[in-house]
Design a protein around this ligand. Structure first.
Ligand code: GRF
Length: 199
């Protein structure tokens, strides 16, 4: 069996999705991938502390060139955007075509695209009055939140929800379940591809 798929997680904030991936690797839900690198676009992101606590290389990158360098040094094969707030360039995306996935806290094509990030997404869902929202994992292409969908999970909106309450429910019920599953799925595909000599 060829070695596991090397996974890099790009973050900007608290990193609860990163934590879900780390936990899933420990519990064996992710068995075909291993997190080898965490890159943060923000120096003080708690996600970097999580990386350190788990003996994973953590890098604060100020530019895309620095991100690329870290990815190359770690031989990353799969890039997971987990609360990463920077938009990646076309060149970067082309360089890692079908190798970058993102988690979005709504059911795409609802409440997505430019400006739809973090709490805003849940505000948009509540303002619209939807009764169901959720999370989506998708491949990243040049269109924000526009790449092929890998997995989705629905979550109920409840009376009296605030954006914060809804965000927490979407994370607990959808994001932290869906993202590790998707990381496993794509890691397995990449690993099998290597075995079959497709890589
Ligand atoms: C999550 O809601 C994710 O879907 C969004 O940003 C948030 C990141 O949270 N893209 P965390 O840093 O993983 O805690």
């Amino acid at each position: 069996m060829l070695e596991k798929t090397k996974v890099a997680v790009l973050v900007s904030g608290g990193g609860t999705n990163l934590q879900a991936i780390i936990d899933a690797e420990k519990s064996g839900i992710i068995k075909d991938g291993e997190v080898v690198l965490v890159v943060s676009s923000s120096k003080n992101a708690y996600a970097l502390t999580r990386a350190e606590q788990n003996n994973i290389k953590g890098v604060y990158a100020k530019s895309e060139a620095e991100i690329l360098q870290a990815l190359e040094e770690s031989s990353a094969e799969l890039i997971v955007l987990a609360g990463f707030l920077k938009i990646l360039s076309k060149d970067f995306i082309r360089r890692y075509e079908n190798r970058i996935i993102n988690i979005h806290p709504a059911l795409i094509p609802s409440f997505c695209g430019k400006g739809a990030y973090g709490l805003h997404v849940h505000e948009m869902a509540l303002d619209y009055g939807v009764k169901v929202t959720g999370a989506t994992v998708h491949f990243v292409n040049e269109i924000p939140d526009g790449g092929k969908i890998i997995a989705q999970k629905a979550v109920e909106v409840q009376d009296g929800d605030t954006p914060e309450i809804l965000q927490k429910r979407v994370m607990e019920q959808a994001e932290w379940v869906l993202l590790p599953q998707a990381v496993q799925q794509i890691s397995e595909e990449i690993r099998k591809g290597k075995e079959n000599g497709n890589d």
